[in-house]
Design a protein around this ligand. Structure first.
Ligand SMILES: Nc1ncnc2c1ncn2[C@@H]1O[C@H](COP(=O)(O)OP(=O)(O)OP(=O)(O)O)[C@@H](O)[C@H]1O
Length: 236
């Protein structure tokens, strides 16, 4: 019987120089979780451990019912979107998206159609032949979302992907991610420096401080808490 949880971290322990992090939680399929907390608290490290770019010293990572503790990033059912470095400047948007499917760019007709569809779904159809330098920052981030859509992995990790965008565009991108998440039942983890992003999009929010999750509950409950000095300091 398949386990319910899509992401399960069990007594995961990570050390890098003086920094240590510990995680033990479960996230269900289709959840939209935000991760907030001060700079250096370990938010990126958390995503990186799940994606397999960082290795924990001990503990277990289960993804989509499988033990993935030692799996390489490419074997994990995960797509990660970063703030930057999501596009290659010399390739047009179509090709940038297609790379998500085939790094060697050998695509059959069905795959080419899938690229077209992903571009259409993210509103980039008309810009397909432009280079990343010829579109806006928001449009460039759509390329990363289109690629994620094409990869169609059940876990989508977003590490401050919209940090460089203004509030209106951020909202628009969150709407897009939310729509895809609901449609595809993706499990989304969003690291954000903007508590309002968590409030807007996430059903549950984790608050991190010093490599630990101090609270992980419904977004509404989390923001109502007055008993966590670290959280009060962070939100201000
Ligand atoms: N591979 C690594 N290389 C360098 N530093 C690392 C690495 N892994 C973890 N660290 C350290 O881990 C700590 C947490 O960093 P991390 O980037 O996860 O925090 P963050 O909460 O995402 O911060 P920010 O909001 O500023 O992005 C930092 O002190 C960082 O120096």
């Amino acid at each position: 019987m398949e386990r319910q949880g899509m992401i399960g971290l069990e007594k995961l322990f990570f050390r890098y120089d003086d920094f240590t992090a510990e995680f033990d939680f479960e996230i269900a399929r289709g959840e939209f979780v935000a991760v907030i907390g001060p700079s250096g608290s370990g938010k990126s490290t958390l995503l990186s451990l799940i994606a397999g770019f960082d290795r924990a010293q001990s503990g277990k990572i289960r993804l989509d019912g499988q033990d993935m503790t030692l799996a390489s990033p490419s074997d994990r059912p995960v797509t990660m979107v970063f703030q930057d470095h999501n596009t290659f400047a010399h390739l047009d948007l179509w090709t940038n998206v297609a790379l998500g499917l085939s790094p060697a760019l050998r695509l059959d007709a069905a795959e080419k159609k899938a690229v077209d569809e992903a571009l259409a779904r993210t509103g980039l159809q008309a810009l397909a032949r432009r280079k990343p330098g010829e579109v806006s920052g928001g449009e460039r981030q759509r390329v990363a979302i289109a690629r994620a859509l094409l990869r169609d992995e059940p876990i989508l990790l977003l590490d401050e992907p919209f940090a460089a965008l203004g509030p209106a565009l951020r909202r628009e991108m969150l709407d897009l991610v939310k729509a895809l998440q609901e449609e595809k039942n993706y499990t989304v983890m969003l690291v954000s420096h903007h508590p309002e992003d968590a409030r807007y999009a996430a059903t549950r929010t984790a608050f991190m401080s010093n490599g630990r999750i101090l609270a992980f509950e419904t977004t509404q409950d989390l923001f109502a808490r007055r008993d966590l000095p670290e959280l009060s300091d962070y939100i201000g």
